[in-house]
Design a protein around this ligand. Structure first.
Ligand code: NAD
Ligand code: UDP
Ligand code: UDP
Length: 347
């Protein structure tokens, strides 16, 4: 196919073919799977704002129509309720493949169904999107995760590190699912000449995060707003590095538009213990907020921090927003949604 190699999107035919004034290039038609989710909806906003056409594919497993409702009626936006586990025919220039149920360790209600759906989405869903990319000559970007490094023995983590993953642990389906998705992506690249990009995303936070998927930032912020104690798992000395969502979106677009396959770590190297995170949330939301210790989950990574030298050098990208500056930006969104929930319950 003439679309192979790294000739770059600017020389390629585009599906829609029109040239928007503000782009100085042809308008692209772009699929975002998982576009009704937290990261996806911010990415869609960015792509629509710069003038492209966006088709979101989402089955609303963890995503919400509310995240996209402001785009309904925009002629360059389309939302399809569809499970990527099933094949789909579309004509597009780029595919951002984000669809993935949020971390299944947090699903208390139906763990088996969630784990199966997780693995199917990562394997069958990624396969279908790669098959689509191959058929139409689209460029494909996978949002992988820092979880592929497992409980890392190298710190900070570089992309060259192969990871330390327990294949039979409670959180393995997430790590191994994404590792398989990376494998499929590279196999389609090498074997079928599909243009691919791989991002390894580190913990990200911001407005529109799921309120109840159990991630630490959403938990602490929601708990502090509800005047409940913040639940610190284990001794709270484990570390994570938290990235604000707009920084991630900039990185994803730079990766898609650039000439390098990756994988690239996309994260903020600012590293915090969970106790330190609780202190920041307390300072930002409520100085009287308290913490409560809870037992930790098995195989919880002890520390995690991205080495982003590769992305800095090859994508000219680095995050700009610190935790202290980013946290306040999600508080009003969380306050509004928690208020609406309470009203819904007649409180
Ligand atoms: P999210 O749960 O808000 O979004 C995922 C979206 O995918 C949801 O809208 C969900 O409904 C949709 N989805 C799930 N299964 C699907 C299926 N089978 N078919 C169609 N749609 C499906 O999560 P997010 O935080 O926005 O994550 C987006 C991507 O980034 C995911 O691939 C995730 O693994 C990756 N990632 C996120 C983080 C983070 O900290 N947020 C960290 C590492 C990796
Ligand atoms: N696929 C899809 N949309 C397309 C092209 C392919 O959903 O436009 C799916 C297809 O159904 C298959 C998968 O992607 O399950 C992999 O496709 P590929 O052509 O690579 O493999 P094959 O169909 O030859 O097994
Ligand atoms: N965590 C916590 N309290 C919570 C939720 C999570 O202390 O209410 C801890 C969790 O044990 C882990 C860290 O916060 O060490 C990050 O968890 P999260 O699920 O947000 O991300 P991941 O483990 O996938 O990096």
């Amino acid at each position: 196919s003439s679309n192979r190699g790294s000739s770059g999107i600017f020389q390629r035919r585009t599906v829609s073919g029109r040239v928007p004034a503000d782009l100085g290039r042809r308008r692209l038609r772009i699929v975002v799977t998982g576009g009704a989710g937290f990261v996806g909806s911010h990415l869609v906003d960015k792509l629509i704002t710069r003038g492209d056409e966006v088709i979101v594919i989402d089955n609303f497993f963890t995503g919400r129509k509310d995240n996209l409702v402001h785009l309904f009626g925009n002629p360059r936006f389309e939302l399809i309720r569809h499970d990527v586990v099933e094949p789909i025919l579309l004509e597009v220039d780029q595919i951002y493949h984000l669809a993935c149920p949020a971390s299944p360790v947090h699903y208390k209600y139906n763990p088996v169904k969630t784990i199966i759906s997780f693995l199917k989405t990562n394997v069958m869903g990624t396969l279908n999107m790669l098959g689509l990319a191959k058929r139409v000559g689209a460029r494909f970007l996978l949002t992988s995760t820092s979880e592929v490094y497992g409980d890392p023995l190298e710190h900070p983590q570089k992309e060259t590190y192969w990871g330390n993953v327990n294949p039979i642990g409670e959180r393995s389906c997430y790590d191994e699912g994404k590792r398989t998705a990376e494998t499929l992506t590279m196999d389609y690249h090498r074997g079928a000449g599909v243009e691919v990009r791989i991002a390894r995303i580190f913990n990200t936070y911001g407005p529109r995060m799921c309120l109840d998927d159990g991630r630490v930032v959403s938990n602490f912020v929601a708990q502090a707003i509800r005047k409940q104690p913040m639940t610190v798992y284990g001794d709270g000395k484990q570390t994570r590095s938290f990235q604000y969502v707009s920084d991630l979106v900039e990185g994803l677009v730079a990766l898609m538009e650039g000439e390098h396959v990756g994988p690239f770590n996309l994260g903020n190297p600012g590293e915090f213990t969970m106790l330190e995170l609780a202190e920041v949330v307390k300072a930002v939301i409520d100085p009287s907020a308290t913490i409560e210790f809870r037992p930790n989950t098995a195989d919880d990574p002890h520390k995690r921090k991205p080495d982003i030298a590769r992305a800095k050098e090859l994508l000219n990208w680095e995050p700009k927003i610190s935790l202290k500056d980013g946290l306040p930006l999600m508080v009003s969104d969380f306050r509004n949604r928690i208020l609406n929930e309470d009203e819904g319950k007649g409180l």
